[in-house]
Design a protein. Structure first.
Lengths: 114, 114
């Protein structure tokens, strides 16, 4: 079983569309994250949830809205997609809200906005 | 504030060479944790090692070894007898004892050529 699974793996869409990425973890971890990795490989945290509660909300356009229905799931909805949203989005989970355990990452979703 | 510096942007070696990837960290915390992650061309982020600030022992795992030196604030990663499969981007990261997110370096892209 995959520990952190996110779908879809690839997403190609037109500017202005709305899209969602789903993430699920079966590790029993309390905390989940969304990261954005740009073309230069820079990893930028976007959001984190601990037991369905929003913990980290970095400077991200409000077109991005995370939702965590339970501690095993964290989805990312993006409205009005722009060219600059093209990136790889990673979901990750951690045992607790403290980062010192490190993260387990999903395999990433490559979003291409055309 | 915490910071992680990976000064080497790209490294290219020939198979069977030894290679060291540098990581220098900055922190004011007395308790902190250091990590290395690997991102192969397939794109996933793979956890390699976690080290806490109280454990300065070097770690060896097969061809991989890590040298943690508090005196120089470094946590370097050495691959012995490199192989083509070691080609990847390697990220160093840190977390203070009470931090809720990892602080990432910009990554070092390693190319191992046959």
């Amino acid at each position: 079983d995959t520990a952190v699974s996110q779908t879809p793996k690839y997403l190609v869409t037109q500017m202005g569309n709305d899209k969602s990425i789903k993430c699920e973890q079966n590790l029993g971890h309390d905390t989940m994250y969304w990261y954005k990795q740009d073309s230069k490989k820079f990893l930028k945290i976007m959001f984190s949830y601990n037991n369905k509660e929003l913990i980290i909300n970095e400077t991200v356009p409000n077109r991005f809205s995370p939702k965590s229905p339970d501690k095993a799931h964290l989805n990312l909805h993006i409205n009005s997609l722009e060219l600059g949203d093209s990136a790889v989005y990673f979901c990750a989970s951690s045992q607790t809200v403290m980062a010192y355990y490190g993260y387990t990452f999903g395999s990433g979703t490559r979003l291409t906005v055309v | 504030a915490q910071k992680v510096t990976q000064a080497q942007t790209e490294i290219s070696v020939v198979e069977k060479e030894d290679v060291t990837l540098d990581c220098v960290y900055e922190t004011r915390d007395t308790t902190y944790y250091l990590f290395w992650y690997k991102q192969p061309p397939s794109g996933e982020l793979v956890f390699l090692i976690r080290r806490n600030s109280f454990d300065e022992q070097n770690e060896i795992s097969g061809r991989y070894s890590w040298n943690f030196q508090k005196s120089t604030s470094s946590f370097n990663f050495t691959i012995t007898a490199s192989q083509v499969v070691d080609s990847a981007v390697y990220f160093c990261a840190s977390s203070g004892g009470n931090n809720r997110k990892l602080i990432w370096g910009l990554g070092t892209s390693l190319a191992v050529n046959p």
